[in-house]
Design a protein around this ligand. Structure first.
Ligand SMILES: C[S@@+](CC[C@H](N)C(=O)[O-])C[C@H]1O[C@@H](n2cnc3c(N)ncnc32)[C@H](O)[C@@H]1O
Length: 289
């Protein structure tokens, strides 16, 4: 019997026809910048729970965006200096503005424009790394994690937090919303990203020679036991879904009717006294060895 050869860890490259390069579905508007700040604060308990950075002094944050996670890291770890890098210049400028205005962050961060796949830092420059909601957007997650490993010192911890978009579920059943979600994920794949990368973090880190790898599946499961949190989370999720609508409509991936249908369904779910929301993401921990 012929043995099947496995594709290398990673994913096939897909590019937008329009731009020929990877893109970012949510866009780079001021509204999206504010959404990232709200999102980081809203998810802080789940994302920043017991991170292993107490002994770190020079942390690298790849895909720092507008500095929303940086602010939380600097607040939680008073002895930390964070170097952020992001390919989007307006986001980096916003990060600098935000953090300069933050008394406890002053003198404790720098932010640079650059690609995650080719980090402009010398080997072993940092003693920890934090990546959150970025690998889903990069063209080559394996190369990015290899670069992170290169610039970390031996023994340095790395935390990678990522989406696993196949886990989304709503009750009452919401077919327009699920169809929209499929279009959202298909488009992210076409843009060169990977909305399912969370499930692959263990494989990626193992193939790159990281040690002490663990993955935590963190689930938001809201029902009648926590109606207040369910309502808050549904509002957050509705904003997240709609943040992709302009780009998806422009690319012809969703129709006005589908978006309107999704809005109606989300409204029904928000009013339903027995509604259920479910979504899981993955947080991987590893060490450079
Ligand atoms: C969803 S945002 C997350 C930002 C931040 N980590 C947070 O949680 O608020 C993704 C960020 O990754 C950046 N990004 C995407 N691909 C990148 C790449 N190849 N190199 C550097 N930054 C990238 C985007 O510009 C954007 O700022």
């Amino acid at each position: 019997m012929k043995r099947r050869t496995r594709a290398p860890v990673g994913k096939p490259k897909r590019r937008t026809e329009a731009t020929g390069r990877p893109g970012y579905l949510h866009g780079y508007t001021a509204h999206e910048q504010e959404r990232l700040v709200r999102q980081a604060r809203f998810l802080e308990d789940a994302v920043h729970d017991r991170l292993p950075f107490r002994r770190c002094r020079r942390l690298l944050e790849v895909g720092c965006g507008v500095g929303a996670q940086t602010e939380i890291l600097l607040r939680r770890f008073p002895e930390l200096h964070v170097t952020g890098i992001d390919r989007n210049a307006p986001n980096v400028a916003a990060a600098r503005r935000r953090l300069q205005a933050c008394a406890f962050a002053r003198g404790r961060f720098s932010a640079e424009v650059g690609p995650a796949e080719s980090l402009p830092f010398r080997a072993a420059s940092f003693d920890g790394a934090f990546l959150c909601w970025i690998l889903e957007h990069v063209d080559d997650p394996a190369r990015t994690l290899a670069e992170v490993r290169r610039v970390l010192q031996p023994g340095a911890p790395v935390i990678v937090t990522e989406v696993q978009n196949a886990t989304f579920f709503l009750d009452p059943y919401s077919p327009n919303t699920l169809q929209y979600w499929m279009a959202f994920n298909d488009t992210q794949l076409e843009l060169g990203g990977d909305p399912f990368v969370g499930a692959k973090l263990g494989n990626l880190l193992l193939a790159l020679g990281y040690g002490d790898i663990s993955t935590a599946i963190k689930t938001f499961h809201f029902d009648n036991r926590t109606p207040g949190e369910r309502a808050e989370f549904l509002a957050y999720w509705t904003e997240l879904l709609l943040s992709g609508a302009p780009a998806l409509a422009k690319a012809g991936k969703v129709s006005e009717q589908l978006v309107a249908g999704m809005r109606r369904e989300l409204d029904v779910v928000a009013r339903d006294p027995d509604a259920v929301f479910w979504y899981s993401f993955v947080q991987a921990r590893a060490k450079v060895q």
